[in-house]
Design a protein around this ligand. Structure first.
Ligand code: 5CA
Ligand code: ZN
Length: 408
């Protein structure tokens, strides 16, 4: 699938430190990659049934910071992202609005591309749809069958999640919590005929009026979790550095995807680090397409909000924290952008060297963007107050563009 246009990426003049990133599974910070000059990252993509909201944008900007931190540390990045372009919520929305499901997906993916481009998010090397990866999914299910990990309930296929030794290691959740989250997030713990409540759907047999593809297990479509296991394994291999997404994916999605891949390669884990962005809320609730409490990137852009203001507003919150979107987020970011631009256009500026070091250090310490922004604020303030002779504009312009993804 076509991704989107690469933003301008000036080369960092100072080599940044190798970033350390929080791993949900071990509750620790991992410096990755270990010794390699290459890092592999898989970030779960959208289900294209509605437009990009601030929560999606915050998650994708967070992993874009990691991508940039790696590049600025001289590490090449293989970045892969999926698009869940066939799944229940998409089909339900298409049905409810009387739109063809493929047209709905296509138009929302196009809008997502525009939003990502406007936000200067570096595109993935491989942008892969669920539909186009059905042959990969079928192959993986066959491998799981050969390994004895699959059983049938009626015409559907289930994965024996509970029989993978590492199951539970990503989330660290107790059984009860897993069951309730599974029910809440697309799972079916109560379905009669399952061997274990936490086993998950691999292949869903064709239902009347729904799209379906031929397979050796009958006509149907992939389950959600196996889509990401199959795509990540194929395009990145095993033991890739970072599996990323929002914290709503910790369980069941990332737990199940990892378990399915681990079942086939017990000695090489699916991913080395499971990194999760916090949830962005609105009016006291998680912002979500299903609840409809949304502030959309495209809506703000249409109102004339500079995309750099949106990006700056997102960067003002640490990626791991949960926060609420307020209108003041945009107005504060607007002020900040004005002050940075005034400093960039000043005739003489404060010394840029220490700012470069501080911004890169902040980002290398678990992507501490708020700290990085404060460092640039400080530089802008000293510059505007005047009395300096060095000319640091170019250095700051390049720093802000390469590390923070903002073109001043
Ligand atoms: N297609 C699946 C992943 S394979 C999916 O979860 N799609 S999604 O459209 O629902 O979400 C896309 C990404 O945005 C996911 O990484 C999800 O964790 C993240 N996300 C969704 N809502 C929020 C929110 N309110 N705040 C932060 N991130 C969010
Ligand atoms: Zn996913």
């Amino acid at each position: 699938m076509q991704s989107w246009k690469e933003p301008k990426l000036p080369r960092s003049t100072v080599l940044a430190p190798v970033p350390r990133i929080h791993d949900t599974a071990s509750h620790s910070m991992l410096a990755l990659p270990g010794t390699d000059a290459r890092a592999r990252m898989y970030v779960c993509g959208i289900t294209p049934y509605d437009a990009t909201h601030m929560g999606h944008a915050a998650t994708y900007v967070a992993f874009d910071l990691l991508n940039r931190a790696w590049r600025n540390a001289g590490i090449a990045v293989d970045f892969v992202q999926n698009v869940t372009d066939v799944d229940d919520p998409l089909l339900e929305r298409a049905q409810a609005t009387g739109v063809d499901w493929t047209s709905l997906a296509e138009s929302e993916i196009a809008l997502f591309r525009e939003d990502m481009e406007a936000l200067e998010v570096i595109p993935p090397r491989d942008y892969i749809g669920a539909v186009e990866s059905i042959p990969l999914v079928i192959e993986m299910i066959q491998e799981l069958q050969d390994a004895g990990m699959v059983y049938r309930v009626d015409r559907d296929l289930y994965f024996r999640s509970h029989s993978v030794a590492s199951f539970g290691a990503v989330s660290g959740f107790e059984d009860e919590q897993m069951r309730s989250l599974f029910a809440e997030r697309g799972g079916d713990p109560e379905r009669p005929g399952k061997e274990d409540a936490l086993d998950c759907l691999l292949w869903q047999a064709e239902r009347p009026g729904e799209p379906a593809w031929e397979s050796p297990f009958g006509s149907g479509r992939p389950g959600w979790h196996v889509e990401c296991s199959a795509i990540a394994r194929h395009y990145l291999g095993t033991a890739f550095e970072v599996q990323g997404g929002g914290s709503d994916l910790v369980f069941p999605h990332h737990e199940m995807s990892a378990a399915q891949a681990n079942a086939l390669s017990p000695t090489s884990p699916f991913a080395l680090c499971f990194a999760h962005a916090g949830m962005v809320g609105l009016d006291g609730e998680k912002m979500s397409k299903s609840k409809g409490n949304l502030v959309l990137v495209s809506q703000l852009r249409a109102q004339g909000v500079d995309p750099r203001v949106i990006r700056l507003a997102l960067l003002n919150h640490h990626y791991r924290s949960d926060w609420e979107w307020l209108d003041s987020d945009a107005s504060q970011a607007h002020e900040r952008l004005r002050s940075w631009q005034a400093a960039i256009n000043a005739t003489s500026t404060a010394d840029a060297g220490p700012v470069v070091v501080e911004v890169q250090r902040a980002l290398a310490e678990d992507l501490d963007a708020p700290r990085a922004l404060r460092a640039v604020d400080q530089w802008a303030l000293s510059t505007i107050q005047g009395g300096h002779s060095q000319s640091g504009q170019e250095q700051i312009r390049d720093l802000v563009a390469s590390s923070l993804g903002l073109t001043l």
